[in-house]
Design a protein around this ligand. Structure first.
Ligand SMILES: *Cc1c(COP(=O)(O)O)cnc(C)c1O
Length: 418
């Protein structure tokens, strides 16, 4: 018997196993995994040591988050129990994510779950880090993935493998959201499912492993959790794991407060939350705002905010707060973190650090609270010293690309790669 089933958060309908769907009754409500066994953290290596993942027999190795207690940033901020969840490459600390972000967990769990559901290949849209994580896992797991990225992200993109090994399309005249649209169309034509974004339970549970590692390491749920959000998937995944751990009872009786941060001026979730509204305002999602932020990976115009079980519900359940962090604060936080903790972090992680600095100043957190700071990506410089990385050489398409042209490109790709 399976150790989990999948359940609609709204109507309670249970499904045995399904790849990435909405409930048939409740359009716009996220399905969640319900684990039927007590939590364990000794079932294997890397993230597979956790039994609360929607997979049965993992086939590839996947390193885990490293949670450690901060000394120097903690002292600088006057905090007594600051824990850092480091997601990146930092061998000195035992951190071995070669694609350098927490997107690797979602890729690993999604691919394994897809394979176990009889899926033959996936289409992934990404603003950078997801592409790299899926490209890496596609090679490691020998599982076909077609990747679609916006051209504006190519500058900051790199792969761990020669990119001819990973079919990648770049949308020349569009942003991340256009890349998602093109990816959806490719998925229909290629008959590979779209990786599914927030709807994919494997993705959310994979990202939730950060909280599993935290309770394993700290022995309890933290009082506060800080993270930079783009699509909101990571924050939701961590909230869902926290709810499960809370129900289990061994790790304390209170949900961690969620402190989720966006890079100003592109901050539609922050604005909506300030209005106590479940609806995002279109004017807060204007494309020209995206051009003004320093964190492309936080630039989706389709965040999972309003959906049942999404960011609005997570913040409501956990007593959360949203933060807006300026580019200047981002750059200062990159410096602050690397000077104090001794490793480079990506700009998106610095958005979370900036939020923590604001929370300390505003006395939103107390000095003896247990705080978990998710450094969602880092160690690119450390990795660059040890490993060769590759530029991404994509096939360019327009966001208005015709279906026939997509078919031709796919034909080429399928011939060459799979
Ligand atoms: C994707 C990403 C985020 C945001 O995560 P979401 O799940 O999209 O909210 C934060 N930091 C880094 C480094 C990322 O790659």
């Amino acid at each position: 018997m399976s150790h989990f089933h999948i359940k609609c958060g709204k109507c309670g309908k249970e499904l045995e196993n399904t790849y990435c769907a909405f409930c048939e009754h409740c359009a716009n409500s996220l399905l969640t995994t319900e684990y039927l066994v007590p939590f364990r953290d000794d079932c294997g290596k890397g993230i597979w040591k956790f039994n609360w993942l929607p997979v049965h027999s993992p086939t590839v190795e996947q390193p885990c988050t490293v949670v450690y207690q901060s000394q120097w940033l903690a002292r600088h901020l006057g905090l007594e129990h600051l824990y850092i969840a480091f997601n990146g490459f930092w061998p000195e600390r035992g951190a071995f994510l070669q694609s350098c972000t927490f997107k690797e967990f979602e890729a690993a769990v999604v691919l394994q779950n897809a394979r176990e559901n009889g899926i033959r290949g996936l289409v992934v849209a990404s603003a950078g880090n997801t592409a790299r994580a899926f490209a890496h896992l596609s090679i490691v797991a020998d599982f076909p993935v077609i990747i679609v990225v916006p051209r504006m992200c190519l500058m900051e993109m790199w792969y761990l493998e020669d990119s001819s090994a990973v079919p990648t399309l770049a949308v020349g005249d569009g942003d991340y959201s256009d890349a998602i649209d093109v990816a959806r169309r490719i998925s229909v034509i290629a008959n590979f499912p779209f990786e599914g974004g927030v709807k994919n339970v494997a993705k959310r549970d994979g990202l939730g492993t950060t909280m599993l590692e935290a309770v394993s390491r700290i022995g309890r749920l933290p009082d506060h959790y800080f993270q930079a959000v783009g699509s909101g998937t990571g924050g939701i995944g961590v909230w869902e794991m926290s709810e499960r751990l809370l129900r289990e009872g061994r790790f304390g009786g209170t949900l961690p407060k969620l402190h989720l941060a966006q890079n100003l001026p592109f901050a539609a979730m922050l604005r909506a939350w300030e209005r106590h509204s479940r609806e995002l305002a279109q004017e807060d999602l204007r494309p020209e705002l995206i051009g003004q932020i320093s964190t492309r990976v936080l630039s989706t115009r389709y965040p999972a905010y309003s959906v049942q079980g999404g960011v609005f519900d997570a913040l409501s359940a956990a007593g959360g707060k949203m933060y807006g962090v300026t580019n200047r604060e981002v750059f200062e936080s990159i410096e602050l973190f690397s000077n104090l903790e001794g490793v480079d972090i990506v700009a998106a992680s610095a958005v979370a650090v900036g939020a923590l600095v604001q929370a300390v100043k505003a006395k939103t957190v107390r000095k003896d609270d247990v705080i978990l700071l998710n450094i969602t990506g880092g160690g690119e410089i450390v990795l660059g010293r040890e490993k060769k990385t590759y530029n991404v050489e994509p096939t360019f398409v327009s966001k208005k690309v015709a279906d026939t042209e997509i078919e031709e490109i796919l034909c080429e790709i399928l011939k060459k790669n799979f």
